[in-house]
Each structure stands twice: as structure tokens, then as C-alpha cells.
Write a protein that binds this ligand. Structure first.
Ligand code: HEC
Length: 310
């Protein structure tokens, strides 16, 4: 089938095949790389937030709780509780519009504050931490209606005996706390138990969408460059090869039918020019040969007669 096609068509098909293959391959690679970069960017943002909020937790446990121990007898201050301070600091952060879509939760199976109750997805995460004690981090994507988020989760362990002051049993817990939180939730915990998972949610859709947009833009630009290249090559092919070749063919056809008044024009110094030059020489030789033949025929009419009788 290729044999039937013209030179220009063959070139265009070849370049289009290269374009399609090149674009598919580079487009796929590009979108994978950009998506990966976007994921890493989201993950590092989530990790920074997680470390920051964990530090707020540690700060409360180390510096605030011990200082306000005595006050607990008369008035329960949730501000002295690490979970409260971490959640509140995050809520304050979320008030800024640029952080509004971030979310932090200390999801627990048996929480003191029912707001912290793990949903089914978070329960699965906690269960995985319980099954594999050496697991220190879990991350991935989670879909909410109309939004995809990246999450990073860490197990929350009852690391100190002081935690049991408020989380072992209602009898031991400060009365002031029971008055506020009741005695049904957040008790029965033991030292070194994994009781909850700290989870940071970071919106992913916009960043991944941006990665898609960037790869589409780059693929579009490269395609445009390719299309311009195909057009320029086509134009060059037409002007430098096809048109001169057609001209040579036309002149050769004329010469072959006996019209020797036409001339092969050498327009360039390249291979096509050399071809025209060679044809020009050939035509000249042909003319000479015909002239010679004519001369000899004029001198020996007998031979001509003999020739004609053949
Ligand atoms: C003075 C009492 C007290 C101490 C000590 C305490 N907690 Fe709590 N804890 C609470 C209260 C009250 C809440 C609910 C806070 C809120 O309303 O946000 C809570 C919440 C939590 C939560 C969030 C889930 C939930 O139950 O709502 C976790 C996890 C938690 N505590 C773990 C610990 C750990 C680990 C320690 C030890 C480092 C500890 N707590 C020490 C009183 C305490």
C-alpha cells in the first residue's frame, strides 16, 4: 500500500506515527511523574502538619498538664489535655481560608469526646495499627463526596501512666472531668494500648488536578511544536525535492517525445541539482548523437533507405 503513496504522503504518515507514539509515551511518563510529584508534595505537607500537631501535644503533656494538676480538683480545664490543645490549635489554623480544607482528628474507638469517634474508615486504620504494632505510619487517599483527600495516620499510644489518671476508670478520674464528660466514654484504657489514630487530612483533588493540567499543557505544547515541524518539513520537501523532481520528470517526458527545445534547469547544488545537471548532459549527448546520425544519414541516403526498409 505504501508503494502507491506519494513521497509527501509517506513522509507525513511517518511523522504522524512518530508524533502519536512520542506523544503517548511522553504524555504517559509525564503525567505519572507529575502525579508522583504532586503526591510527594501533599505527603510532605501532611507530614509537616502531623509533626507540628504532635509537638503541640507533647508540649501540653510536658509543660501544661503538670502545672495545672492542682486546679483539676476545683475546676476541670480541658486546656490541660493534649488531645484538646492539639485539636483546638488545628481548629484555629483552619480558620485561615488557605488552611480551611485541612482536617485533623484524633480518631478513637472509645473516645472521651464523642466528636472523636472513629468512622468506619478510621476504625479500619486503628485496627491495622492494632494488628501490626510495628506500623508507625499509614497514608493514602480517601474519597469524600466531591473531594479526594490524602491522609496520613499515626497510632496514639497510652504512653504514660499519667494518662490513666483520666482514662482508666471513672472512679479514678477527676470528678470535675466526669461532670463535664460523663463516665461512659474514654475509660478502660491500659498502659501501652493503641487507643486512637492521629489523622491529618489534606485536600488532594486540586493539586492532582493541577498536575493533570500541567501535563496536558506540556503535551499540547510539544504536539504544537511537532505539528509545526511536520508542516515545515512538508513545505521543505515540496519546495526542495518534489517540485524540482516533478519539473525534471516533465522535461524528461517532453524530451522523450522528441521535443528537444525544452531545457533541464539546475536550480540547486544538491543531489536534485546534480540530477538535473546529469539529465542536461544526457540531453546534450542525445542531441549530439541525433545530429551525428542525421549528418551520416544525409551523406549516405542508401543506408537510410536500407534502414527504413527494416
Ligand atoms: C486530666 C485528664 C486527662 C489526662 C491526664 C489525659 N487525658 Fe486524654 N483526654 C481527656 C479529655 C477530657 C479528653 C477529651 C478532650 C476534648 O474534649 O477534646 C481526652 C481526649 C483524648 C484523646 C482523643 C480521643 C478522645 O478520647 O476524645 C486521646 C487520644 C487521649 N485523650 C489520649 C490521652 C493520652 C495518650 C494521655 C496521656 C499522655 C492522656 N490522654 C491524658 C482527659 C485526659
Amino acid at each position: 500500500m505504501l508503494k502507491k503513496l506519494r513521497l509527501r504522503q509517506k513522509f507525513t504518515i511517518l511523522l504522524l506515527v512518530v508524533l502519536v507514539l512520542g506523544m503517548t509515551l511522553s504524555g504517559l511518563t509525564l503525567s505519572t511523574v507529575l502525579k508522583q510529584n504532586a503526591k510527594e508534595q501533599i505527603a510532605s505537607q501532611a507530614l509537616t502538619l502531623m509533626d507540628t500537631i504532635s509537638s503541640v501535644r507533647d508540649y501540653t503533656v510536658l509543660y501544661i498538664t503538670p502545672e495545672l494538676q492542682d486546679k483539676l480538683k476545683t475546676k476541670f480545664l480541658p486546656q490541660t489535655v493534649a488531645a484538646f490543645s492539639a485539636t483546638t490549635v488545628f481548629e484555629i489554623l483552619r480558620k485561615k481560608p488557605e488552611y480551611h480544607s485541612l482536617f485533623y482528628k484524633e480518631a478513637a474507638l472509645n473516645p472521651t469526646n464523642l466528636r472523636d469517634k472513629a468512622d468506619s474508615f478510621e476504625t479500619e486504620i486503628i485496627e491495622r495499627f492494632l494488628q501490626k504494632k510495628e506500623l508507625k505510619n499509614l497514608s493514602g487517599f480517601r474519597s469524600f463526596p466531591g473531594n479526594e483527600v490524602f491522609y496520613i495516620a499515626r497510632p496514639l499510644v497510652v504512653s504514660q501512666p499519667s494518662c490513666l489518671q483520666c482514662h482508666s476508670s471513672p472512679e479514678v478520674a477527676p470528678k470535675t472531668m466526669i461532670e463535664q464528660y460523663g463516665k461512659d466514654n474514654g475509660f478502660g484504657w491500659h498502659l501501652n494500648d493503641i487507643v486512637a489514630a492521629q489523622i491529618v487530612y489534606v485536600p488532594a483533588s486540586t493539586i492532582i488536578q493541577k498536575a493533570h493540567q500541567s501535563s496536558a499543557l506540556i503535551v499540547g505544547l510539544v504536539s504544537l511544536v511537532f505539528i509545526i515541524a511536520i508542516s515545515v518539513i512538508n513545505l521543505f520537501l515540496n519546495n526542495q525535492i518534489i517540485r524540482p523532481l516533478k519539473k525534471i520528470t516533465r522535461v524528461a517526458e517532453e524530451v522523450s517525445t522528441g521535443h528537444l527545445d525544452v531545457e533541464f534547469e539546475q536550480l540547486s547544488e544538491d543531489e536534485i541539482g546534480h540530477l538535473a545537471k546529469a539529465f542536461k548532459r544526457m540531453k546534450f549527448s542525445l542531441e549530439m548523437a541525433i545530429k551525428k546520425l542525421k549528418n551520416s544519414v544525409d551523406k549516405k541516403p542508401v543506408i537510410e533507405l536500407e534502414c527504413r526498409s527494416f
